[in-house]
Design a protein around this ligand. Structure first.
Ligand SMILES: Cc1cc2nc3c(=O)[nH]c(=O)nc-3n(C[C@H](O)[C@H](O)[C@H](O)COP(=O)(O)OP(=O)(O)OC[C@H]3O[C@@H](n4cnc5c(N)ncnc54)[C@H](O)[C@@H]3O)c2cc1C
Length: 592
């Protein structure tokens, strides 16, 4: 397996030039943060990723978590790596200062998150869920709960889990059946949760479960779900973990990938009830949980980026070494020289660069939402974040399937055997389109709530902004062809939006049938928009003699490749969107 190195140049270019980070930090009130600090943070994170996390990736795959008498035991080495991560302050990077966080911009959270996922996805899932739990508690918890739990969760002393899924309640959380009965100052929680990521382990002295359950008099469906905080160990009079709570891991799953991440079945209340505390209002649990899920959904999108980047790096190394061509003089040359291998590597390179730019832009929008003083502005940014979230989750993770597939394809037979590690990236990536809301759910979110929900207004504003990028590009001679291609792709986005708005209300299957294709169309369009912006910046920098010439020229070519080989996919996605639901729904049940 080759060494992993974070692509600093690309990250630094995106942060300083695409996001105009120094100015953005001033605008958002991050007064002490600037590009220089960002570079230093990324370098430090990259070192921990390369030296400490990355060597554990294969170890976690080969020796996953195990369930023992005293609970789940994680992969050897994970605990020490996690300790370094927490001790060095990475868990607290973006959390608010009130409870010990460093309040750094989410853009830096996104960039460092890529490092963790490229280095070791299975281990990095643990902090992802803690970050989501912290966010939900910080926004919806009482002051008492916040001061009791947030400092240790933010520091990484304790981890968090997210307990939604039950055997009968997966995508449809209306079916949640876990119960919570009031008793004194708390609730007794009982029932079973399945597939709980890092639901148990020995890495920290406590685990804080965020659990969806129903109060005794709760209405049916999603309107009757409440959120509870259930610690593994109850806090003693000094606020430290004391007595064991009534929640136990009763099984862990054997899975296709992420073997180092324990996927637990948790049983609550087998001995009378696990003590839990209400977070937010009764029956408003889903709202609180959505805070957590939105955070986690963008995080899962970045997992798709992280694993694709690592797969790409390894494919490049292999392609340069593997000799399969013979020249007329008998000398041999590597597969790297074959156009079709270049096609695969360029798809991977341009795809990951587009994913990275989009993930950073989404995080920057989230920063603007959270720091805006004016409620109207905050609302505007929230609407845009709402559009970004299903695309970052849905498109990045779906695209990661293709890019990690290509990573194994570049390796030929060696990609299919486990030795090279390429197969692990492909296997690890597979879950990413499933958890935190399947691709189907992301598509519905984008087409339904986020587009039909406001008659496509927020989306239209975004498409208009993309048009401005295309106009800017068309003023530069060398980018005129790309500008034209971007305008055509934007027009496809406009047509898809119009189709949904016209057909959604009159055909109940129209939005559902179009949704994933619509989300993918938007993903490839957004990729074109961000690669167009990158090409524009690179060209402007080259014109004035600023920056690393080789990097900037490569960026121009990579953007050109994206426009020629990936942006055209918007044509077929639009065709699929507008073909409607008829043939999809026409066959009778028994005809399948
Ligand atoms: C490794 C792993 C880790 C996980 N970690 C966690 C965790 O930490 N916490 C947690 O709570 N859960 C976790 N999950 C559960 C995960 O979030 C669910 O598996 C996921 O939400 C899908 O639910 P399901 O498996 O019941 O599939 P289903 O909901 O049964 O879906 C099956 C198929 O039907 C489609 N479908 C379902 N409903 C609709 C709809 N309305 N419209 C269109 N299509 C639809 C889906 O897209 C999917 O293709 C994890 C799962 C795994 C495998």
């Amino acid at each position: 397996m080759s060494d992993y190195v974070f692509p600093y140049k690309d990250a630094s270019f995106l942060i300083s030039k695409l996001l105009n980070f120094d100015q953005a930090c001033l605008d958002a009130g991050f007064e002490d943060v600037n590009t220089e600090l960002a570079d230093a943070i990324l370098e430090e994170a990259g070192r921990l990723g390369t030296e400490v996390f990355a060597p554990l990736n294969e170890v976690g795959d080969k020796k996953g978590a195990t369930l023992e008498q005293d609970g789940v035991h994680e992969t050897p080495g994970f605990s020490e790596a996690y300790r370094q991560y927490a001790d060095n302050g990475w868990a607290a990077l973006t959390a608010g200062e009130e409870f010990g966080g460093q309040a750094m911009p989410r853009v830096l959270g996104a960039a460092t998150t890529e490092i963790w996922y490229s280095s070791c996805t299975a281990l990095s899932l643990c902090p992802l869920l803690t970050t989501g739990a912290v966010e939900a508690l910080a926004i919806h918890g009482t002051d008492e709960l916040k001061s009791a739990y947030l400092p240790d969760m933010i520091s990484g002393n304790w981890t968090g889990s997210m307990c939604l899924t039950e055997p009968a309640a997966g995508s449809d959380l209306a079916a949640v059946a876990c119960k919570a009965v009031p008793e004194d100052d708390h609730f007794l929680v009982s029932g079973q949760k399945i597939y709980i990521t890092w639901g148990d382990h020995q890495m920290t002295e406590n685990i804080i479960h965020m659990v969806l359950a129903r109060l005794p008099d709760a209405p049916g469906g999603v309107k009757g779900i409440s959120l509870f905080l259930v610690p593994k160990f109850l806090l003693d009079e000094n606020g430290r973990p004391g007595e064991r709570n009534d929640v136990y891991c009763v099984g862990i799953e054997h899975k296709l990938g992420i073997h180092g991440s324990p996927t637990c079945t948790l049983s609550f209340g087998d001995s009378g009830g696990a003590i839990g505390y209400l977070v937010g209002q009764p029956n408003q649990g889903l709202k609180a949980m959505f805070t957590m899920m939105n955070e986690a959904r963008q995080g899962v999108g970045i997992q798709g980026l992280g694993v694709s980047e690592r797969s790409y790096q390894q494919a490049v190394v292999y392609a340069k070494e593997r000799l399969q061509g013979t020249r007329s003089d008998g000398s041999r040359y590597p597969i790297f020289e074959f156009p079709d291998v270049r096609r695969m590597l360029m798809l991977m390179k341009s795809g990951t660069e587009a994913m990275r730019a989009l993930a950073y832009l989404a995080a920057a929008e989230s920063d603007l939402e959270h720091t805006a003083k004016d409620p109207e502005k905050a609302h505007k940014h929230a609407l845009r974040v709402g559009l970004y979230t299903p695309i970052v989750k849905g498109w990045l993770t779906e695209f990661a399937q293709e890019l990690t597939y290509l990573g194994t394809q570049v390796h030929g037979g060696m990609g299919y055997v486990e030795e090279t590690g390429s197969a692990q990236f492909y296997r690890d990536a597979r879950i990413m389109t499933i958890y935190e809301g399947t691709t189907g759910i992301q598509g519905l979110d984008l087409a339904g709530r986020k587009t039909l929900g406001d008659n496509g207004e927020a989306l239209q504003a975004w498409l208009d902004e993309m048009q401005t990028t295309a106009e800017d590009m068309s003023t530069i001679e060398g980018l005129a062809v790309m500008a034209d291609a971007l305008k055509k792709a934007i027009e496809r986005g406009v047509q898809a939006r119009a189709f949904l708005i016209e057909n959604g209300p009159k055909d109940r299957n129209a939005a559902g049938a179009a949704s994933v294709n619509f989300m993918m169309l938007m993903g490839f369009l957004c990729g074109g928009w961000v690669m167009g912006q990158s090409a524009l910046k690179a060209t402007q920098m080259l014109e004035v003699g600023e920056g690393d010439v080789s990097f900037l020229k490569a960026k121009q070519i990579t953007a050109q490749f994206y426009f020629e080989h990936l942006l055209p996919r918007t044509v077929s996605y639009l065709e699929m969107v507008t073909s409607g639901s008829e043939s999809m729904m026409a066959l009778d049940t028994e005809q399948f």
